[in-house]
Design a protein around this ligand. Structure first.
Ligand SMILES: Nc1nc2c(c(=O)[nH]1)N[C@H]1C(S)=C(S)[C@@H](COP(=O)(O)OP(=O)(O)OC[C@H]3O[C@@H](n4cnc5c(=O)[nH]c(N)nc54)[C@H](O)[C@@H]3O)O[C@H]1N2
Ligand SMILES: Nc1nc2c(c(=O)[nH]1)N[C@H]1C(S)=C(S)[C@@H](COP(=O)(O)OP(=O)(O)OC[C@H]3O[C@@H](n4cnc5c(=O)[nH]c(N)nc54)[C@H](O)[C@@H]3O)O[C@H]1N2
Ligand code: SF4
Ligand SMILES: [Mo]
Length: 674
C-alpha cells in the first residue's frame, strides 16, 4: 500500500515481525511503526529506523565470476551467470548438489527454492540457517503437539500474571516483545518477570527474579520442578487425563534425584527454585518464552520438551492459565518453515517422508509421481563434511553468511575453499562467504523487493518496496526463476510475488497453517487464530498432546575451563553486513568483546578493557574484556564480528533429534595476552 510517499511494509530483522510505515521524502526514508497492524500495533525499535540510512552502502551491482577461487573475480552478464549456474547443476548428479537458504528470505522466495530443488531437481539436499536457530523448537513442537507452530500470541503477554523467560534476552533480541512485557508490568506491577539464564542480561536486570543457572542444567531444573509439582499434588490431573499422553513415564523419569540435590547441581538456591514451584502450583496465568539458550544445545530438544512439560502438567495451554510460546529468531523463519525449506519438509507443514504429502506436491507442481525423494536430505553441518569429502560439488548459498555462522570456522572455510566445489553466493553485498565464491549473484534487498513474511505469533504481513535497488542487482525471485527457466523447467514464469503467494497458499488448505482463503492484496493474517489447539484437539495421531520423559544430565563441572556462551549484541544484526554500515548501530558495539565476572577476572589479574586470549583445541582468539555478572565460570562473546569469528572456537556438536548445533557451550581457557 502506497499513499503520498508512505509505504506499508515490515521489518527485515527479528522474528517479532514489526509492521512498518516508511515515508520517502527529500531527506531520505523515515521509518515508523504501522499503527494499523494488529500484531505489533505500531511499535518498532531503532534497528530499521537507523538501517534506512545505509541501504545503498557497499552494494553489489554485477554478477561476479571466477572458475578458479584463488583468482580475482570478473564481472559477467546476468545471462552468462544464470547459464553458468544451470550448466553446473546439469553437469552433476543430484546427490552432489546442495542448497543453503535463510529465514531472512521472503516466503515466496523460499517457496520457489523448495519447488525448484525438492520438486523439479528431485533432491532434498537443502537446508536453511534455521537449522542453527529454530530446528530444535520445530522438532519439540512436533513431538509435543504433532506439528510445528508456536502456540500463543503476543496478546498473551497483556494479561499474564507471570512471564518466565528462559534462554532468551528479548531486551536485546526481541525489543518490541520486551517492551510489551514491560508495559504489562507497568500497568500491573504485581506481574512477575522471571529470567532463567546463566547471564545477568539486560532482560534479567529488569526482571523480578534472575535464576542464574549453570549452562546446560535446564533439563535438570525442569525435571526437578515437574517432580516437585507432582509430589505436592499440584499437577492438573483432569487436563492430563483428558488431553495428554505419557505423563506417568515422564514424571517417574523426573523423580530420580531429590529436589534439593537437583537444584544444587544447577547452581541455584532452593528459595529461587521453590518460588518457581509455587508459581506453577498456583492458578496464575504464566507465559513461558524461550529462544536460543534452549534451542542451541546438544540436548536442545530435551530442554524445549522439559520446559513444555511444565505447562502441560499444570494445564497451561490456554488463554486463562497461560502457555509456552517459542520466540522465533529471524524475520521469516516461520514462513520458511511453512513453505517447507528444511531438509525434511514440504509446503504446508508437510514432510518428504510422507507419501501422501509428496503426492500432493507432485500433482500440484505437474511432476511425475515419485519425483520428490522420500528421505530427508543431509543437514548443513553434514553437508560441510560431504563437501570436504568431494561428495557435494555444488553449493548455492542464498541470504546467509555461513562462513561466520556455522560452528568451526576453519572447517567451514576449508570446505568452501575446496577447488572441487562450485560455490554460488546470492547476496546484496560481498559477504565473507561471497568472497570465497566462484559465482556471486547480486540481489535487491529490504525496501526494494516484494513478498510476505510470517512472524513469531503466526501473523503474516506484506513487505513492499519503497525504493529502487542498484542497477545490476536482481530480486531473489527473478534469480530463482531465470535459473529454473535456463534449466528448462516449466512453472517459473510469474508476474510478481502475488502470483507466487497465490500458488503457495493453495497448498496450505486444510493444514494447520491454512491461509488459503487469504487474499494477497490485503495480507494481514494470523493463521490458526489467537491460540493453536484451543479445542484441545492436537495434531498428533491420537489427537492428544504428548509428554516426553526428559533425559537429564547435570553438566560436568570442570574448574580449569570456562563455558563460552555466544550470542547477540543489542544493535547489530548477525554478521553485520548491513547494520555494520550504520554509525548509530555501531555505537558501543564497534568492537567484539569477552564478558566475564569481575571477581574471576580480578583473581586472574585481568582488568577491564585488557585483551585476553581464549583458547581451545580448535584455535585461539584475542578479545578485550568487559566485566559483567554471570554464573560462575561462564564467559560470553558475540558471534558476528568478522575479524574475530567466535565460531573458530565452537566445535560441531549437534542435538541428536534436530541436528541443531550447540553454539553456546564451547569450553575454553583464558590467558593474559602479555
Ligand atoms: N539485536 C539483535 N537482535 C536479534 C538478532 C541479532 O542478530 N541482533 N538475531 C535474531 C535471531 S536470528 C535470533 S535466533 C534471536 C536470538 O535471541 P536470543 O536467543 O534471545 O539471543 P542469544 O543472545 O542467542 O541467547 C539468549 C540467551 O540464552 C542464554 N543461554 C545460554 N546458555 C544457556 C543455557 O544453558 N540455559 C539457559 N536457560 N539460557 C542460556 C544466553 O546467556 C543468552 O542471554 O535474536 C534475534 N534478534
Ligand atoms: N556462535 C554462534 N553462532 C551462531 C548463533 C549464535 O548464537 N552463536 N546463532 C545462529 C543463528 S540463530 C542464526 S539465525 C544464524 C544467522 O547467520 P547468517 O544468516 O549466516 O547471518 P547474517 O549476517 O544474517 O547473514 C545474512 C546474509 O544475507 C544477506 N542479505 C541481506 N538481505 C538479503 C536479500 O534480500 N537477499 C539475499 N540473497 N541476501 C541478503 C546479508 O548481506 C548477509 O550476508 O547464525 C547462527 N550462528
Ligand atoms: S523488534 Fe525486531 S521486528 Fe520489531 S523493529 Fe525491532 S528488529 Fe524489527
Ligand atoms: Mo536465529
Amino acid at each position: 500500500m502506497k499513499t503520498d510517499n508512505i509505504t506499508l511494509t515490515g521489518c527485515p530483522f527479528c522474528g517479532t515481525g514489526c509492521a512498518l510505515s516508511v515515508e520517502c521524502n527529500e531527506n531520505g526514508y523515515k521509518v515508523k511503526g504501522d499503527k494499523t497492524n494488529p500484531s505489533t500495533q505500531g511499535d518498532l525499535c531503532f534497528k530499521p529506523i537507523q538501517m534506512a540510512k545505509a541501504l545503498d552502502a557497499h552494494r553489489l551491482t554485477s554478477p561476479l565470476y571466477r572458475s578458479d577461487k584463488t583468482k580475482p573475480f570478473q564481472e559477467i552478464s546476468w545471462d552468462e551467470a544464470t547459464a553458468l549456474l544451470a550448466q553446473n547443476i546439469s553437469d552433476l548428479p543430484k546427490e552432489a548438489l546442495y542448497f543453503y537458504l535463510s529465514g531472512q528470505l521472503l516466503s515466496e522466495e523460499s517457496y520457489l527454492f523448495t519447488k525448484l530443488i525438492k520438486g523439479h531437481l528431485g533432491t532434498n539436499n537443502v537446508d536453511a540457517n534455521s537449522r542453527l536457530c529454530m530446528a530444535t523448537a520445530v522438532v519439540a513442537h512436533k513431538m509435543a503437539f504433532g506439528s510445528d507452530g508456536p502456540i500463543g500470541s503476543y496478546a498473551d503477554i497483556d494479561d499474564a500474571d507471570a512471564i518466565i523467560i528462559s534462554g532468551s534476552n528479548p531486551a536485546w533480541a526481541h525489543p518490541v516483545i520486551f517492551r510489551r512485557i514491560l508495559s504489562r508490568k507497568k500497568a500491573h506491577p504485581e506481574t512477575k518477570i522471571i529470567v532463567i539464564d546463566p547471564i545477568y542480561t539486560e532482560t534479567a536486570e529488569k526482571s523480578d527474579l534472575w535464576i542464574g543457572l549453570s549452562s546446560g542444567s535446564d533439563t535438570t531444573l525442569y525435571n526437578a520442578l515437574l517432580a516437585e509439582l507432582y509430589r505436592r499434588g499440584a499437577c492438573d490431573t483432569v487436563f492430563i487425563d483428558r488431553a495428554t499422553e505419557g505423563f506417568e513415564q515422564t514424571v517417574s523419569a523426573a523423580m530420580d534425584i531429590s529436589f534439593a540435590d537437583s537444584v544444587a547441581s544447577c547452581g541455584l538456591s532452593l528459595n529461587d527454585a521453590e518460588s518457581l514451584v509455587e508459581l506453577f502450583a498456583s492458578d496464575k496465568k504464566i507465559l513461558g518464552l524461550w529462544c536460543q539458550g534452549l534451542n542451541q544445545a546438544h540436548d536442545g530438544v530435551m530442554r524445549n520438551l522439559g520446559f513444555i512439560n511444565l505447562f502441560l502438567a499444570t494445564g497451561r495451554l490456554n488463554a486463562q492459565k497461560g502457555l509456552p510460546l517459542s520466540l522465533t529468531g529471524q524475520p521469516n523463519a516461520m514462513g520458511g518453515r511453512e513453505v517447507g525449506y528444511l531438509s525434511n519438509a514440504l509446503p504446508g507443514y508437510r514432510d518428504v517422508r510422507n507419501g501422501d504429502d509428496r503426492a500432493v506436491c507432485e500433482a500440484y507442481w505437474n511432476l511425475p509421481l515419485h519425483t520428490i525423494a522420500p528421505t530427508p536430505g543431509i543437514t548443513i553441518t553434514d553437508a560441510i563434511d560431504a563437501i570436504a569429502a568431494d561428495q557435494i560439488r555444488f553449493l548455492w548459498v542464498a541470504c546467509t553468511n555461513p562462513l561466520l555462522t556455522l560452528p568451526d570456522v576453519k572447517k567451514t572455510q576449508s570446505a568452501l575453499k575446496n577447488p572441487n566445489l562450485f560455490l554460488v553466493v546470492q547476496d546484496c553485498v560481498l559477504s565473507e562467504t561471497a568472497s570465497l565464491a566462484n559465482l556471486v549473484l547480486p540481489t535487491l534487498s529490504w525496501g526494494e523487493k516484494e513478498g510476505s513474511m510470517t512472524n513469531s505469533e503466526r501473523f503474516i504481513k506484506r513487505l513492499r518496496p519503497f525504493k529502487s535497488g542498484p542497477e545490476g542487482a536482481k530480486s531473489d525471485i527473478d534469480i530463482i526463476c531465470s535459473v529454473a527457466q535456463k534449466l528448462g523447467f516449466e512453472g517459473f514464469d510469474y508476474h510478481g510475488a502475488e502470483a507466487i503467494y497465490n500458488e503457495y497458499k493453495a497448498l496450505t488448505e486444510g493444514r494447520l497453517c491454512d491461509q488459503s482463503n487469504q487474499a494477497y492484496e490485503s495480507l494481514s493474517f494470523q493463521w490458526g487464530g489467537e491460540r493453536l489447539y484451543a479445542d484441545e484437539h492436537f495434531a498428533t495421531p491420537t489427537c492428544r498432546a504428548q509428554f516426553h520423559p526428559i533425559l537429564s544430565s547435570a553438566p560436568q563441572r570442570d574448574k580449569d575451563t570456562f563455558v563460552l556462551i555466544t550470542g547477540r549484541t543489542k544493535k547489530q544484526w548477525h554478521t553485520m553486513t548491513r547494520t555494520g554500515q550504520v554509525a548509530e548501530l555501531l555505537k558501543e558495539e564497534e568492537y567484539p568483546y569477552l564478558l566475564m565476572n569481575a571477581e574471576e577476572g580480578e583473581a586472574l589479574g585481568i582488568y577491564e578493557g585488557e585483551p585476553v586470549i581464549i583458547t581451545n583445541h580448535l584455535g585461539s582468539l584475542e578479545l578485550p574484556v568487559r566485566f559483567g555478572k554471570l554464573a560462575p565460570n561462564h564467559l560470553f562473546a558475540p558471534f558476528g564480528y568478522p575479524e574475530t569469528p567466535i565460531n573458530t572456537l565452537v566445535p560441531v556438536k549437534n542435538d541428536p533429534f534436530s541436528s541443531q548445533s550447540a553454539l553456546k557451550s564451547a569450553r575454553v581457557t583464558l590467558h593474559s595476552s602479555f
